[in-house]
Each structure stands twice: as C-alpha cells, then as structure tokens.
Design a protein around this ligand. Structure first.
Ligand SMILES: C[S@@+](CC[C@H](N)C(=O)[O-])C[C@H]1O[C@@H](n2cnc3c(N)ncnc32)[C@H](O)[C@@H]1O
Length: 338
C-alpha cells in the first residue's frame, strides 16, 4: 500500500459529524437517562416508557449510546458504564451533567452561529438580545446553583493540583476571586488545615457558596465576600486565586484585574491564575483554543491565552518570579509574586 492509499477522509468526516454524537449525549443528559438507569438496569421498553419517548427511535437512541461507550447492554437490558454512573447520575455529588445541561440548553444553539461570530467578532449568546450572561443566569436561583455546581466539577482536577503544587505552608490566608460554589476553597481547606480563606463573587452567589461550605463542615474557616472584581475592593488574603476569570475579558480588563490584584495583595503575596491555558506554540491544547472560540460566542472581548502571554501581562503589571505549570487535563496555572 502506498502512503497515498493510506490517506482517508475518515477523520474529517468523523469530526464533521461529531455533533451527532455530541447532541445524542446532551439529549440523554437532558432526559435524565443516566439518572434513571442509576436506579437499576432496564430493558428498552421500560426505559422508553419511563423517559416518555416515542417508540420510533428509542432503541436506536439507546443503542447509539452503547456504541458510543456511554451505556452497556447485556441480555437486552441497559445499564450505565462506570463513568456515566459516577458522573451523569443527578443524584450523585460527583454529577458533571450540570455543565452538559448548560451546554445543551445554551451553547449547542449559540455555536450554530460560530461563522457569524467569526465574521462579526460579536458574541452570539444572550448578549445578542442585550443581556449579560451572568445577569441572565443569576435571575434564576436554580440555574445559578446548577452553574456553580458545574464549575466545582470542571475545576475538581485543577483544584487538587493547586492544593498539591503551590507552597501553601508559607501562607495562612487566601481568597478565591470569582469562586462560584467554592470548590477550590474547599479543596484547599481540606488539604491544608492551617489555611483560612474567602470566596469572592457576585452577591447572588452567596447562598450556594455558604451551603456548599457548610455541607463540607468548613464554615469556621471559609467565608464569602460579595462584590464585583472590576469595581469593588478585593478581599484580604496573602494568596489570590483566579480560575477561569481572565479568559472572559479583553486585554484592557485583563490588565485592570491583574493591577487590582497586585494593589490589594500584601508584599510577598502571590497570585495564581488558572485557565485552559494554551501551549506557547498554539498547536496542541485544542480544548484551550476551542475554549477561546467559546469566549467569542459568550463574551464581548474575552479570549484564552498562552502561559507566555499571561507571564508577560503579569510582568507588565508589576508581578515578579512568574512560572507556568501544568495542573490537570487542559488546565495550567501561572503563579507570580508581589
Ligand atoms: C467561569 S466561573 C469560574 C468559577 C471558579 N473560579 C472555577 O474556576 O471553577 C466565573 C465566576 O466569576 C464570577 N464573576 C463573573 N464576573 C464577576 C465580577 N465582575 N465580579 C465578581 N465575580 C464575577 C461568576 O459569578 C462565576 O462564579
């Protein structure tokens, strides 16, 4: 066989029709299929009836999920895989489906306008009708809760790595700027009993933060401070953490946020920035690059960045001794000191 014979369109077609598989999974999450199967294995007809599906395509839908590796089928009965049972059952604390529910309800449709966004440079989400993402989301306490929980799931790996990779013994206090539910503060407080911390976020987030911290028995060491990090005083802390914050803003606001952090930190304090940081060559971290396109869809000026970009901005604002370090999956951090 010549090298030319080996060239096939398979990968191209698979990627081009990738939305078939993606939407099949998102609809299964929306319908609560994995939550239903977590209660016990079921045959096609039982599952179809419980999910209130039309008979026409129910079996194809279930078997497609088998072929995609999201379900198992034995003797005509469907059950969750180890992963779908752990992460897609709404009744479990490890549920990551909140993020997929959000992707299904919002991003799946908005990404249909990617070409328009690339041409116009304009966001394609709720902002198109004049509303900001967090403003719209936080009008509904249930959606706020689902979003904040989803952030805890997304940041699970990076938070464990930050707890392990930063020299926390040198510090006593920290503040998580844009904390959501408080997933990172809870990991840090559990891993380092000498630390106390503050979760800083927009005021509507307070009840979900406080409930999560209380459920983890950490209310004595972790507290909430409400405010807007673009305008209000930042909370006290020797170390600031900013996870998935800077990528939501254009350069001017990125620099303004870094300057505000530098001004508020004590001498010797540290800033940890983490995101799906793009590799410096901009050719490997596909998720970081796609996340940046997602910021095009979601924000007026946001974009993701490389470690070298972030180190440059931190140097420009006056931080010193910066280093970039991989955390988990697509996430990396940049650390700098005052
Ligand atoms: C993408 S989430 C990141 C959550 C968490 N840091 C993580 O990485 O898992 C962004 C968070 O920043 C908060 N946020 C957005 N704009 C803010 C602002 N201007 N001031 C304070 N918090 C803000 C949001 O409410 C949300 O909880």
């Amino acid at each position: 066989m010549t090298a030319q014979d080996a060239v096939t369109p398979e990968k191209i077609l698979q990627m081009g029709f990738g939305f078939w598989a993606s939407k099949t999974l998102l609809s299964a999450v929306e319908l609560g299929l994995f939550t239903e199967l977590a209660k016990g294995a079921a045959d096609a007809e039982t599952l179809r009836t419980r999910l209130r599906l039309h008979p026409r395509a129910a079996r194809d839908f279930f078997d497609a999920l088998v072929a995609l590796g999201m379900l198992e089928r034995q003797d005509g009965r469907y059950r969750n895989t180890a992963a779908s049972g752990a992460f897609l059952d709404r009744a479990k604390a490890s549920y990551v489906g909140g993020l997929l529910e959000m992707a299904n309800a919002r991003l799946y449709g908005f990404w249909g306008s990617l070409t328009e966004a690339l041409r116009s440079g304009q966001p394609q989400n709720e902002a198109k009708t004049g509303e900001s993402f967090f403003h719209k989301l936080y009008q509904d306490p249930e959606k706020l809760k689902v979003f904040a929980k989803a952030m805890t799931a997304v940041s699970f790996g990076p938070a464990l790595a930050i707890a392990a990779k930063f020299p926390w013994t040198r510090y006593k206090t920290f503040a998580d700027i844009g904390t959501a539910e408080g997933g990172l503060p809870v990991h840090l407080a559990r891993a380092h009993p000498h630390l106390t911390g503050i979760g800083f976020d927009l005021p509507p987030v307070q009840p979900v933060f406080e409930a999560f911290v209380a459920a983890n028995g950490l209310s004595q060491r972790l507290s909430f401070r409400g405010g807007d990090f673009l305008m209000d005083a930042l909370p006290p802390g020797e170390v600031y953490v900013m996870g998935h914050i800077l990528h939501g803003f254009g350069l001017e606001d990125k620099l303004a946020i870094l300057r505000r952090a530098l001004a508020a930190l004590p001498a010797g304090g540290a800033l940890i920035v983490y995101d799906s940081i793009i590799d410096d060559e901009r050719r490997e971290n596909a998720l970081g690059l796609l996340m940046s396109l997602n910021m095009l869809i979601e924000t007026p000026a946001g974009y993701d960045y490389t470690g070298a970009d972030c180190i440059g901005w931190m140097r420009e604002t006056g931080f010193r001794d910066m280093r970039a370090e991989h955390l988990a999956g697509p996430a990396s951090m940049v650390v700098g000191f005052k």
